[in-house]
Ligand binder design. Structure first.
Ligand code: MG
Length: 158
């Protein structure tokens, strides 16, 4: 709880811009076929995450956002992918960033998980912009009052 208090205190005086990773910073299309069947093969989908190419428009957007805000990454990836994710980000030219992942046992839908994390970060008053490619996440967060940049294809927004 001490850590939670410290982080919210450090964020309270600043503006936060949140970025999703898959489909926003990393191009996951080469592994999306693992999710086409039922049940979805999430294990195979995540196992190939280190092979993703970087979405340059996303990388540039992060670097630009950092000039006026604290950038926080919020991904539905499980915690067990943290080291793979941190290594991938460093390899593709991202500076060290706060990274919120889903706990390994968390099976809640992505919109629920992400809304809860954004609430912890301070809600719409603090989190002034969110970049995500998942239409369900975008809709839920907009309804919750967030300004959301919807990345519709790698590098394109609506
Ligand atoms: Mg995504």
């Amino acid at each position: 709880m001490l850590n939670d208090g410290d982080s919210s205190a450090s964020l309270s005086s600043s503006v936060v811009i949140v970025f999703d990773i898959d489909g926003v910073l990393s191009d996951a299309r080469h592994r999306e076929h693992h999710l086409a069947g039922r049940p979805r093969d999430w294990a195979a989908f995540f196992a190939a995450a280190d092979q993703d190419t970087v979405i340059e428009a996303g990388r540039v957007a992060v670097l630009e956002a950092m000039s006026g805000a604290e950038v926080v990454l919020v991904s539905g990836r499980p915690e067990r992918l943290r080291s793979v994710t941190v290594d991938w980000l460093a390899r593709h030219g991202f500076p060290p960033l706060a990274l919120h992942l889903r706990s390994d046992s968390d099976r809640r839908p992505a919109p629920v998980v992400k809304a809860a994390i954004l609430d912890q970060l301070g809600g719409p008053a603090i989190v002034t912009e969110v970049h995500d490619d998942d239409a369900a996440v975008v809709e839920a967060l907009r309804q919750a009052g967030y300004a959301v940049v919807h990345v519709t294809r790698p590098g394109e927004v609506s």
